[in-house]
Write a protein of this length. Sequence first.
Length: 94
Amino acid sequence: MRYLAAALAVTMAALTAPAAQAPADVADVDLARASRGVTVRIGSPNRGRDALDIPLELYVAQVLSAEGEPNAPEASGQALAIAARTYALFNLAP
């Protein structure tokens, strides 16, 4: 869970950076479509930041990018994706 919390912090920082305000690219649109309307809320309004709702699969892609080992077997990436989805759906659902 410690790694997922760190990934959440990295994802929030990446998504709230000025570059995140740029128009979405094709991959982001595809991830949003794959999420089928399911979003997760990241951020904490209690810490002076606005909470941000993002598509589930975009969140999972950001976690894999930040936490996944590029040279690891494919199964480890799949397991991380399952863990990230499970964590997000149970702890970050709006």
